[in-house]
Design a protein around this ligand. Structure first.
Ligand SMILES: [Zn+2]
Ligand SMILES: [Zn+2]
Length: 164
């Protein structure tokens, strides 16, 4: 990758820290009921990178759920304080990391590309202007830049070849 942007972040107690290279492929603000329950809040904001670009140190505890699509959804949390750090979604296995944007040291450094499952959002939540919004999931090809789609396709090929 040509850019050398790095970001760091970690959990609330400091036992888990991570470092990420490059810009995210995409940033999702998901308002589905499952994300509300798992965060205890209005929605989740996940920024997605190839896991190769995410280096995590510290002990993580994982919990697996059935995701909305029926695929598995694994949430990795700090084993000491329980802060959720990363989600792994079934389709990409462990090849793609959805990092909880609130755990970045500079969470303002990324903004959502898309708000999804807005049909389930809490009724008083106002969606940001200028961010594509969808009542359910979305077609990445309609929203994301070609460079991100290329990176997603590359991960999909690796997954098909049995990785992750
Ligand atoms: Zn912690
Ligand atoms: Zn969700």
């Amino acid at each position: 990758m040509s850019d050398t942007v790095t970001r760091e972040g970690g959990c609330a107690c400091g036992a888990v820290r991570y470092r990420i290279n490059g810009e995210p492929m995409m940033v999702h603000n998901c308002h589905c009921r499952q994300c509300q329950q798992q965060t205890g809040s209005t929605s989740v904001v996940n920024a997605f990178w190839e896991s190769d670009n995410v280096a995590i140190s510290g002990d993580l505890a994982e919990a697996e759920f059935a995701g909305g699509s029926g695929n598995s959804h694994v949430i990795a949390r700090c084993a000491a304080c329980g802060t959720a750090i990363v989600s792994y979604y079934g389709r990409m296995g462990r090849l793609m990391s959805g990092v909880r944007v609130g755990t970045l040291d500079e969470p303002h450094s990324v903004t959502p590309d898309v708000a999804i499952f807005t049909a389930e959002k809490m009724p008083w939540v106002t969606l940001p202007e200028g961010v594509a919004a969808f009542e359910g999931y979305y077609d990445a090809r309609e929203v994301l830049p070609e460079a991100s789609l290329d990176r997603l396709r590359a991960l999909g090929e690796r997954r098909k070849a049995g990785e992750g």
